[in-house]
Ligand binder design. Structure first.
Ligand SMILES: *[C@@H]1O[C@H](CO)[C@@H](O)[C@H](O)[C@H]1NC(C)=O
Ligand SMILES: *[C@@H]1O[C@H](CO)[C@@H](O)[C@H](O)[C@H]1NC(C)=O
Ligand SMILES: *[C@@H]1O[C@H](CO)[C@@H](O)[C@H](O)[C@H]1NC(C)=O
Length: 367
């Protein structure tokens, strides 16, 4: 072999090796390895070709059936409220137990389960069916029923780490809202209390209230201390106060309820007692509320509120957030108490079909 032939052969081998390397690289490279995209593109182009009829695919998809096993506390509402109030339409919501064996998910209200486990839907459940543990109370007000810890597929709670987390949230404004005006005020501090049963954990807030009222006048409403407030007076009453005591009945992470949303949506500054300030700041801007922990005692809080009463500019700053965020009023009628929770479950069930088990729900919920 002449040396020129040898050089050429070496060259060809080298080029061949290079090509196989390049080929191997692209073949194994994850960049080219995304088959899930394929069907999507196909579906889109198919629809595009159809042009005249887009409704075809949507109409053939059936909505999952969500069965409300019992009406929580027997508070009934119109099942179409999810659509009309929250624009949630992802499931077929029903209370018809005859649909049990074909229900994709079943909502089980914790308080309706008895100690002997009667009150649960029948077993065995269809293999595709998910049970949802519905409990919007805090641990202090939740009774342990042994034997249900591993029965459920999904938890529904106010907790952020629940599978289905229920909360009315502030929303951002696309264009800044320049129109907000603080409602007319004729009272300084107000509080509406209907529950004052010791066993519900109200001790901490009562202690604080008893101290606070020594230093500032508090207008009381609600059946616990004063005349029961008519529903239609709820928002106007809160709006007429500069500050509203958003005192939770028991202190737990994420347990920040409609007592906080009420003043935020009415145009009043909430004074909160509940989990730490940082927890509140997960849900609302830091300058939208006053936390009792910001003060060494009730007396200094009272002095601060009195000072804000005289300083219009400082008070006004508690509303700056409203340029960029909006709060919406929550439902207040008694029979509306569980609508948001049930509709949120409907929304979730409509979006999630994957397998799921919820293990040791008490370990998660109580610890
Ligand atoms: C579109 O689909 C609907 C429902 O299947 C059908 O009633 C209608 O005739 C179709 N329209 C056209 C233009 O194909
Ligand atoms: C705010 O006021 C402007 C000017 O008066 C008006 O055009 C606009 O509709 C108002 N926006 C809202 C959200 O009320
Ligand atoms: C739901 O959870 C139960 C109990 O943990 C389990 O046996 C069942 O397979 C789950 N079903 C689905 C559809 O996720």
């Amino acid at each position: 072999m002449s040396s020129t032939v040898l050089v050429r052969l070496t060259g060809i081998v080298a080029i061949a090796a290079l090509f196989s390397l390049i080929f191997l690289f692209f073949w194994t490279s994850p960049l080219t390895n995304c088959p899930p995209q394929q069907p999507q593109f196909k579906e889109h182009s198919d629809r595009h070709h159809e042009g005249t009829n887009n409704s075809l695919t949507e109409e053939t998809v059936e909505k999952p059936v969500l069965l409300l096993w019992v009406w929580p506390q027997n508070y009934r509402f119109d099942l179409s409220d999810c659509k009309t109030i929250y624009n949630i339409d992802g499931c077929h919501l029903t209370d018809d137990r005859a649909l049990y064996s074909s229900s994709d998910a079943v909502l089980v209200f914790h308080r309706a389960i008895n100690q002997d486990l009667s009150g649960l839907p029948p077993s065995p459940r269809p293999p595709f069916q998910k049970w949802i543990w519905l409990n919007v109370e805090s641990p202090t007000n939740t009774q342990k029923i042994p034997g249900i810890e591993n029965l459920f597929n999904l938890t529904l709670s106010y907790r952020e780490d629940a599978d289905i987390s229920v909360r009315l949230r502030l929303t951002s404004n696309k264009t800044p809202n320049e129109n907000f005006t603080i409602p007319k005020k004729d009272k300084l501090v107000c509080w509406i209390v209907s529950n004052n049963f010791d066993w519900t954990g109200v001790g901490a807030r009562n202690t604080y209230y008893n101290e606070l009222k020594k230093h500032v006048n508090i207008h009381m409403f609600g059946s616990a201390y004063a005349k029961r407030l008519a529903y239609e007076d709820y928002y106007p009453t809160i709006a007429s106060c500069k500050f509203y005591l958003s005192f939770e009945n028991s202190l737990h992470k994420d347990y920040i309820t409609e007592k906080f949303n009420g003043p935020l949506s009415a145009g009043t500054v909430p004074v909160v007692l509940g989990p730490p300030r940082k927890n509140y700041e997960r849900f609302a801007p830091r300058d939208s509320f006053i936390h009792v922990d910001d003060f060494t005692d009730a007396k200094s809080l009272a002095e601060y509120l009195t000072q804000l009463d005289r300083d219009e500019d400082a008070y006004r700053r508690y509303f700056n957030w409203r340029r960029h965020f909006s709060a919406r009023p929550h439902l207040i009628l008694q029979n509306q108490e569980f609508i948001l929770a049930i509709c949120t479950a409907c929304d979730h069930v409509g979006r999630h079909k994957e397998y799921q088990e919820a293990h040791d729900i008490y370990e998660w919920f109580f610890n």
